[in-house]
Design a protein around this ligand. Structure first.
Ligand code: DGJ
Length: 748
């Protein structure tokens, strides 16, 4: 990768083998003009010929100059009020109440590698030659302040990472009302916008809408990235498909309130912006202080949506996730939530653990209900000590017993919450987020601790530390089950209340950082009532996340398909649960439940002690299968083949990097009588390799599998009567095809 600068013309060109990003310094105003972002183009000394300037009846910056309207100049980090009327990338209120800014180029530096972001999750490098970072320093002489725009380009990953940093170098405080992480003016509007929307138990549904003039946006104002929208959007050409065509992806590494927006102006320019949601945000920047925005990861793909997803998968798997668990295969776990809910005791959970151990399962996770007087969801959050009636020897005793079985032990916490009947609330009633004189709304009977305050975070660290330092804990599920209301912190002055949401999430990150530093061997799984915080920010601390409380195999097809648009399989928490399913009441075969859950971290969430022997036998086989294939599944390239939002048949597959192995999941939601012929075309294989499809024993070259496809029907030639005897698969059926390269024999 390279960053080329032409000092004479003030042009910057960042490129690697796939992508180019070009901008320049405007001669008169010294602001930054965006010139191009997309497929890599050859470097030239100057790209000035990309400049477009027409004379239009607009306001212009300079007298006598009719082509200096910022409304018609594509920009890097636009402001409002000095001839541009579109949505700005930043907004400041200064000491005299003005919003006008004029950040002008001052200097630049090129840094080998990628600097860390202070107190925020971000992608990183392990060696300096993996990436290069361009930092542009701009200054506003009236505000006496600096703005640093940072652009990182990786060699191996087809991404540009952006963030912005404001420093108050003046004598007076000012307020930041908006500070986007990235803003890009794309020259036309012939795109569809894709994003992931949802609600509890139906997260990450894929929404595709044609761009229209004006602003279209996704956002969160809930204090978490939320079930409703994921901090991600993509623009794709209408003709682009899963596997070909132009797509631009924008993903924000942040877990709090965010905004992702596209404004199509009246001249057809599409301004894409992503960052902290400016609604309810105001940050007071005192002299000498700096504000750092989160990072936005932009991916350009000319290989369709799937190409974009694969780029995010590789980057987030290897250069966002961190720590011991980043590259390790994850244990197959059993979680007691759907098996017992709050109703368990030590005997019961040990019985589950013991049975699970016999089936080959490696980690037992004790979910909600082990502490205080927690017998339902109305109490005890914050009393992080074991209920001795349920667990006479506490977490220490239980964890030792589980380890003695030859299993690892994991534990559930909801660190950010408090119930009113607890010692924690009794001692610190002012530690909840609430507005003085106003009612404090509850969510699931619980209240949110004010994580914007360091003393609160430190206290919770101590409480959790007391439990885990004393016990044998290998895994923690960190849950978060309600959104913020009446946002107000007793720890902040009146004119700093706009900082609460962001400071809150910084507090969450701080607690995570302390815990993973102290306990690097513990595997963290993030969770927020399912997938309400399934975002890149969380992946920096917890390499896997519970994708949804909906464990129904059919619902999971959509949820996992949508989640895979951005997130790698290694991060997608997916379990086999009981039938009738607890969220929708559906009966699905255990084979299909596993065939869906394999494409994630894989585990179980049911009472194995109540299973019949034949079902246990199946679980044992599934566990053995996953152990054999889990490295392949987590490290491979993922291809989405058939879309659950569009068809009754769903399919996806993984292909190993060397293309020697692949696993295909095929799912048919409803059975159909006298149905059409089905051929399933695969992707990503080596056309010249010969593959054996295990079980069926048939062999095919990659070119055949990708162009003709797997013929899903059987051949009943000369055995027509068999057809009528054949058992029908019923609804919710599925098949798994395991492919392996073999040496061609003479007949091939
Ligand atoms: C919500 C989570 O998503 C569930 O898996 C479970 O942990 C419950 N909370 C426990 O209260």
């Amino acid at each position: 990768m390279t960053i080329k600068v032409n000092d004479a013309t003030g042009e910057f060109h960042l490129y690697n083998e796939k992508v180019s990003y070009i901008f320049r310094i405007l001669e008169k105003s010294s602001q930054l003009e965006h010139l191009y972002y997309g497929m890599k183009i050859k470097h030239r000394d100057s790209f000035k010929h990309f400049i477009e300037r027409e004379v239009r009846p607009s306001c212009n910056m300079f007298e006598g100059d009719h082509t200096s309207s910022l409304e018609h100049i594509k920009q890097e980090y636009p402001s409002f009020g000095t001839t541009d009327y579109r949505s700005p990338a930043h907004l400041i209120t200064d000491g005299i109440g003005s919003h006008i800014t004029n950040f002008q180029f001052e200097s630049y530096q090129i840094i080998q590698g990628k600097p860390r972001l202070a107190n925020l999750p971000a992608t990183y490098v392990e060696n300096e030659d993996e990436a290069e970072t361009l930092e542009i320093t701009l200054k506003d002489d009236v505000l006496k302040s600096k703005l640093i725009l940072s652009y990182t380009i990786y060699t191996e990953h087809n991404v540009i990472c952006r963030n912005a940093r404001f420093t108050n170098s003046g004598d007076d405080a000012f307020y930041l009302n908006n500070a986007m992480s990235a803003s890009v003016d794309l020259p036309d509007d012939r795109y569809e916008m894709i994003h992931l929307y949802g609600a509890w138990a139906r997260e990450a549904h894929v929404e595709v809408q044609k761009l229209s003039k004006g602003i279209q946006s996704i956002y969160s104002a809930r204090g978490a990235s939320s079930h409703a929208h994921n901090p991600f959007l993509a623009l794709k050409r209408p003709e682009a498909t899963e596997h070909q065509g132009e797509v631009y992806g924008f993903s924000l590494i942040y877990s709090g309130n965010f905004l992702g927006q596209v404004e199509v102006d009246t001249y057809g320019v599409s301004r894409v912006q992503m960052g902290i949601n400016p609604f309810q945000f105001q940050w007071k920047l005192h002299p000498g202080e700096t504000f750092q925005t989160p990072e936005c990861v932009m991916v350009y793909s000319d290989e369709g949506l799937n190409g974009m997803s694969q780029t995010y998968h590789r980057l987030y798997r290897s250069r966002l996730a961190r720590g011991e668990w980043r590259d390790k295969v994850r244990p197959i776990l059993i979680n007691n939530w759907e098996a017992t809910y709050f109703n368990f005791n030590e005997d019961k959970v040990l019985e589950i653990a013991e049975t699970a151990k016999d089936l080959g399962i490696e980690l037992f996770v004790l979910d909600d209900g082990w502490f205080g007087e927690r017998h339902d969801d109305s109490s005890s959050l914050g009393d992080w000590f074991a209920n001795k009636e349920k667990l006479p020897q506490g977490i220490k005793g239980l964890s030792e017993k589980v380890e003695a079985l030859g299993m690892k032990f994991g534990l559930w916490f909801e660190p950010e919450m408090v119930s009113k009947d607890t010692k924690l609330f009794h001692d610190h009633p002012d530690w909840i987020i609430s507005t003085p004189g106003r009612r404090a709304s509850h969510g699931r009977n619980q209240f949110i601790l004010d994580f914007s305050r360091d003393e609160v975070v430190d206290h919770i660290f101590t409480l959790i530390d007391d439990v885990i330092s004393d016990s044998k804990i290998s895994y923690i599920k960190w849950d978060m089950n309600r959104y913020i209301t009446e946002a107000y912190s007793a720890g902040l002055e009146a004119d700093r209340q706009g900082e609460v949401y962001h400071r809150y999430i910084l507090g969450v990150y701080r607690l995570y950082e302390r815990l993973i530093e102290e306990y690097p061997h513990i595997l963290f799984e993030s969770c927020a009532g399912g997938g309400a915080r399934f975002d890149p920010g969380m992946l920096y601390y917890a390499p896997q996340a519970w994708a949804s409380d909906d464990t129904d195999a059919v619902e999971r097809l959509k949820i996992q398909y949508g989640t895979s648009i951005v997130y790698p399989l290694s991060s997608i928490g997916s379990h086999v649960s009981a039938v009738p399913n607890h969220q929708v009441g559906r009966m699905t075969p255990i084979e299909s439940r596993a065939n869906v859950a394999y494409f994630g971290t894989f585990g179980y969430e049911l009472d194995v002690t109540r299973m019949e022997d034949d079902e246990k036998e199946k679980v044992m086989q599934q566990v053995a299968f996953f152990k054999e294939k889990r490295s392949l599944i987590r490290n491979s390239d993922f291809y989405r083949l058939l879309n659950p939002f569009e068809s009754n048949e769903v399919s996806w597959m993984v292909v190993s990097e060397d293309k020697k192995e692949a696993i295909v999941g095929y799912y048919k939601v409803l059975a159909k009588p006298n149905d059409k012929y089905y051929r399933l075309k695969l992707k990503g294989l080596d056309p010249d390799k010969l593959y054996l499809i295990e079980d069926s024993g048939s062999t095919h070259y990659g070119d055949e599998l990708m162009n003709v496809g797997i013929i899903l029907g059987e051949d009943f030639t000369d055995r027509a009567s068999d057809y009528w005897q054949k058992e029908k698969s019923g609804d919710f059926s599925s098949k798994l095809f395991v492919l392996k390269e073999i040496e061609p024999s003479n007949n091939n």
